[in-house]
Ligand binder design. Structure first.
Ligand SMILES: [Cu+2]
Length: 427
C-alpha cells in the first residue's frame, strides 16, 4: 500500500458521519399577488428575489458581482462568486411587458458580463463578451436595458470566462409572469437552480477546471441536509421551475408522491395538447424545465436527482471497492500507522453514514440528514416536499404524522402465517 492509497483509505474511514444539523427550515407563507389574474410571487428556497426601484415606469435593479462566503450545508462553507452576495443570485421576477434597467457592477479581478439566457432582446443586450459587448472590467458598472417581451422562466449567467465564473457559483433564475396566463391558477410557485461543484474535502474553493468528479450537488447552491423543504397543501396547484447551469451534468429530477406535467421550458410554453404525465423531468445543462402538479397524498415526499452520485456529498466517490471484503487483515496492518483505523463499506455505504465520525475541517459527510425514522442516507440534490392538509400551519421543521397503521414496519408473525409466507423460504 503506498502513501496515497493509505491517505485515501484513512480519509474514507474518517470522513463519513452524520450531518451536524437537521434539515433547514422553510416557512409556508402565502405569497403576495404580483402579476395579473392573481399570479403570486415565486419562492426561491434558500434564496431571494431582486428588489426593484420604479423610476418613470421602468424597473431598476442592481447586480453586484463579487466573492463571498457561502454555506453549502452546515459544516461546509466555501468562497463563492455570485450576485449581491448570493449564489444563485437573486431571482429576477417581472411581468411580461416590463421594461428593466439592470446595472451590473463588477467586483471580480477579471472581466465579466451577464447573459440573459432564453430572453429574446436586442442583440447588444445579450451579454456575450467580445461578440455583443466588451467585457465589464473590474470596478466598472454596465447598464443593460430592455423589455421582457415574452413570458417564461429563464436564467442569467456570465458569458465571459464561463468555465471559471459559473463553476464558482455565478448563476440565477429569471421569472417573467405572463400578462394573460393560460391554464389553471397556480397556488405555489418555486424556483430552483441546480448546480454541481468539485470541492476537495477540507478546501474552501470549487475547482473550476474540473470536468468530472463533481462531489457537491446542489439545489439553489445548497446540498442536503442544507436544502429548505418546499411546503405545499393537499389539492393546491404547485409549480416548480428548475434551471440547470451545472458545468457538465444533466439532472433527472424525480418526484415522489405526485404525477406532474411539463408546462414550460426556457423556450416557451408547452401546448396543452402536448402535455403528458411524468414523475421524472430531465433538466439538461443550459435549460429550464417547469412542471406542475396537484398533490393528493399528504406526507413528506422526496424530490431528488435520480443519478445516485448526485444524492451524495463529498467523499461518496473515488473509493476502492470494499463491498464483500474481509478487511480484518488490512485493518491490522494499517492501525499501527493510523490509530483507530477501520475499513468501511464491506456491507454497503449506509453504515458509514450512521457512524459518528470526525470529518476533515470544512467538509460534509457523504450523506445523511436526521429524519423521523433515523438517518436519511442521502445528500446533495435532495429536498423534501412537505404536503400538508393545513400548509399555513407548517413552518417546514416538523415531520409528517402518519395515521396509525400506514407506516411500513416488521411483519407480524400472525400476518405472515395467515398469508402463508415463511421468511426462510421463497414461497
Ligand atoms: Cu443530477
Amino acid at each position: 500500500m503506498n502513501r496515497r492509497e493509505l491517505m485515501q483509505l484513512s480519509m474514507a474511514a474518517g470522513a463519513l458521519g452524520v450531518a451536524r444539523e437537521a434539515v433547514a427550515k422553510a416557512v409556508a407563507v402565502t405569497q403576495p399577488v404580483v402579476a395579473p389574474f392573481g399570479q403570486r410571487a415565486v419562492v426561491t428556497p434558500n434564496g431571494s428575489s431582486l428588489p426593484w426601484r420604479l423610476v418613470d415606469g421602468v424597473k431598476v435593479g442592481h447586480l453586484v458581482v463579487s466573492e463571498f462566503d457561502h454555506e453549502i450545508a452546515p459544516g461546509l462553507t466555501i468562497r463563492a462568486w455570485g450576485y449581491n452576495g448570493s449564489t444563485p443570485g437573486p431571482t429576477i421576477e417581472v411581468t411580461q411587458g416590463d421594461r428593466v434597467r439592470l446595472y451590473v457592477t463588477n467586483r471580480l479581478r477579471e472581466i465579466t458580463s451577464v447573459h440573459w439566457h432564453g430572453v429574446i432582446l436586442p442583440n447588444g443586450m445579450d451579454g456575450v463578451a467580445g461578440l455583443t459587448q466588451r467585457g465589464i472590467a473590474p470596478g466598472e458598472t454596465f447598464l443593460y436595458e430592455f423589455t421582457f417581451r415574452d413570458a417564461g422562466t429563464f436564467m442569467y449567467h456570465p458569458h465571459a470566462d464561463e468555465m471559471t465564473q459559473m463553476a464558482m457559483g455565478m448563476n440565477g433564475m429569471i421569472v417573467v409572469h405572463p400578462k394573460t396566463p393560460r391554464g389553471p391558477k397556480v397556488d405555489r410557485d418555486f424556483v430552483l437552480m441546480s448546480h454541481e461543484w468539485n470541492i476537495k474535502p477540507g478546501t474552501r474553493r470549487a475547482d473550476p477546471n474540473a470536468m468530472s468528479d463533481f462531489n457537491v450537488l446542489t439545489f439553489n447552491s445548497r446540498a442536503f441536509p442544507g436544502t429548505a423543504p418546499l411546503v405545499m397543501g393537499v389539492g393546491e396547484r404547485v409549480r416548480i421551475r428548475i434551471g440547470n447551469l451545472s458545468p457538465m451534468d444533466h439532472h433527472p429530477i424525480h418526484l415522489h408522491g405526485v404525477s406532474a406535467e411539463l408546462t414550460w421550458t426556457d423556450g416557451g410554453e408547452v401546448p396543452l395538447l402536448a402535455r403528458h404525465p411524468e414523475t421524472t423531468f430531465l433538466v439538461p445543462v443550459g435549460t429550464v424545465r417547469v412542471f406542475e402538479f396537484v398533490p393528493r397524498e399528504p406526507g413528506d415526499w422526496a424530490m431528488h436527482c435520480h443519478m445516485t452520485h448526485h444524492v451524495m456529498n463529498q467523499m461518496g466517490h473515488g473509493f476502492p471497492v470494499m463491498l464483500g471484503a474481509d478487511a480484518r487483515r488490512i485493518d491490522a496492518r494499517v492501525r499501527p500507522l493510523v490509530p483507530g483505523y477501520m475499513t468501511m463499506g464491506q456491507d454497503g455505504m449506509s453504515e458509514m453514514a450512521e457512524m459518528q465520525m470526525t470529518v476533515p475541517d470544512n467538509s460534509i459527510p457523504m450523506m445523511g440528514g436526521a429524519g423521523p425514522f433515523g438517518l436519511i442516507d442521502m445528500g446533495g440534490m435532495f429536498t423534501v416536499l412537505k404536503v400538508r392538509a393545513r400548509p399555513e400551519l407548517e413552518d417546514g421543521s416538523g415531520w409528517y404524522q402518519h395515521p396509525r397503521g400506514t407506516v411500513a414496519d416488521v411483519a407480524p408473525v400472525e400476518r405472515l402465517k395467515a398469508d402463508g409466507i415463511d421468511p426462510n423460504k421463497l414461497t
